[in-house]
Design a protein around this ligand. Sequence first.
Ligand code: PLP
Length: 489
Amino acid sequence: IDPTELVVESSLVTNFIAEYYQTLEHRPVQPDVTPGFLTVQLPSEAPLASESVESILQDVYDKILPGLTHWQSPNFHAYFPITCSNAGLLGEMLCSGLNVVGFAWSASPAATELEQVVVDWMGKMMGLPQGLLFSGGGGGVLQGSTCEAVVCTLAAARDRALERVGDDMFNKLVVYCSDQTHFSLKKGSKLVGIRPANVKAIKTTKNNEYGLCPTDLRDLVASDVKAGFIPIYLCGTIGTTAFGAVDPIRELGKVAREFNMWFHVDAAYAGSACICPEFRNYMDGVELVDSFSTNPHKWLLSNMDCCFLWLSDPKRLINSLAAEANYLEGGNETMVDYKDWQIAVSRRFRAIKLWMVIRRYGITNLMSHIRSDVSMAKRFEELMLSDRRFEVVFPRKFSLVCFKLRGNKDDVPESVDEDCGLSRDSELTRELMASVNSSGKAFLSGVTIGSLFFIRCAIGATLTEDRHIEGLWKLIQEKADEICVDHDL
Ligand code: PLP
């Protein structure tokens, strides 16, 4: 690092980013490019000589930006938001600028201790039970993604079960979830060696608001146990990816306890909402979990990447993940060594980013940010409900609105398995989404479940304001008008 050069060059990059955000809403949200468009514009060999930051930034502007999907655009409503903020960006700069590696307390004491403080702060902000916090005998860690958190907790659950039943029962270990659980659970199960057939997804229905039904779960687990299987892990979700649905945590927790399963709750997106007391009812029963994870980079203004994982008994995780190396001797055994709480040894100083975000905005402003997104989503849902051509396919809980175009049908099916003309609605809805997205003025994503295809409008990009939602509604109506004319509806 050359500190003098750093001041000059970082201001070039900062100005570049600031201008990007100033002009972002005028860029098409998705790029209009064909595969290989970038490769042909770039030299195939790395440069021998140094180049200036100015010339690199010029290439970013000319060649990279036109090929990006602009996730930070106020018109980006696909998937789930990945929020950003000044504080999030500054926190990332500190993380990267200090570039310390706190794999053990002794490797960078303040990095470990700050993480412990932030983990407890966030847990308290969300109203998590004391038992998940360091101050209450539990504890937590900052990882990069939910997928990593799931892999780590699955490994702990696997080893706990094998200790009880013996290694030769490995093929009998079973993991439970719903058909709405994020696919990272399947991926994680594969990684820890669970047979794909032993990852059992319970079917959800419209009647249960696409939540995991505890009675169905109990019946399945009981019959599996009778057949000689060993239930080891149950994943519940607060804010599913497709609908933003919520599983009944308390009832699922009881089933998990009854059968001695590890109970993990994935609140990747919606966990951030729980900093507002009005959303905490969705966590009812959370004291029954073994672990709980949420990604503040999704909705809490904390730039990529960070996933909080809390555990009621961190020792069980450490038993699975700890490994010693002779070059790591000389630590302090009474302190937390975060290398034993995650997959990798090296780790980023994510805690400093979260610390910056939470301090810079304070809980009050963070709550306002969540509430403002939810209120925009509510407004969008009301607009949808005011036009009979549209159907909101799931009652909105957070800031995700799921809808479809109805053609001219009046009957609403009871279940996504009943077709009732769903295929036709789905075709029209697909056409609507393609038409909105190809306009470049907004980006929405869709989901297919059975014969139902619906559009998800996830509100939460940091720059989105009421006027963008009004504009989006107008755009959707215009495109729906065209489709209705084309199809004689
Ligand atoms: N869980 C849920 C409910 C999600 O919606 C997502 C992504 O959108 C994930 C997990 C995946 O998270 P990650 O990318 O952090 O692994």
